[in-house]
Design a binder for this molecule. Structure first.
Ligand SMILES: [Zn+2]
Length: 96
């Protein structure tokens, strides 16, 4: 037992997008062989994507797109420590 269905459900999305590393794809394929529920899940994703594709395209303002990219960069690229406010003064403040 190396991969539980919950883990797999998350990887299925990556798998669909082709973003899953080759070795993980192998694990996932093996799992799908003996786990019909997960196979259903994968097929379910396909249906969802298909439905989404049939929806009317929504125009996204270019500036919104840019600001989202910026935001993603900030939220995903920053180190966790960088989120703390500058309160790290350890015995260095002798100026008034
Ligand atoms: Zn499964």
């Amino acid at each position: 037992m190396d991969m539980c269905c919950k883990d797999l459900a998350e990887k299925l999305l990556l798998f669909r997008d082709g973003d899953l590393p080759e070795e993980e794809v192998q694990h996932l394929r093996e799992h799908l062989h003996y786990c019909p529920p997960c196979l259903d899940l994968l097929n379910g994703y396909d249906e969802v994507v298909e439905v989404l594709c049939r929806l009317k395209p929504v125009k996204m303002p270019a500036n919104l797109c840019e600001s989202m990219k910026e935001r993603l960069k900030t939220e995903c690229g920053g180190t966790p420590d960088a989120r703390q406010p500058e309160a790290a003064s350890d015995g260095n403040g002798s100026e008034a």
